[in-house]
Design a protein around this ligand. Structure first.
Ligand SMILES: [Zn+2]
Length: 66
């Protein structure tokens, strides 16, 4: 069966975007998986309260890893 091929691809991309938006991230300070996106580009650690400005839909901690 080769039907719905393009539809499946599109859905997979959407799933990836959605997953990156809701995924939990590791806090660079307390190392707990408590980083949550609280608004576009703002991430907050529910554990220690650290706030980070980053990309709207994903978190890059490379700049603050120390
Ligand atoms: Zn933290």
């Amino acid at each position: 069966m080769r039907t719905q091929r393009y539809g499946a691809t599109t859905r997979k991309n959407l799933d990836e975007i959605r997953a990156s938006r809701t995924k939990k991230y590791k806090c660079p300070r307390c190392k707990s998986l408590s980083m949550k996106r609280i608004s576009a580009g703002i991430w907050e650690c529910k554990h220690c309260g650290l706030k980070i400005a980053s990309d709207a839909y994903s978190l890059s901690v490379s700049e603050i890893s120390k």
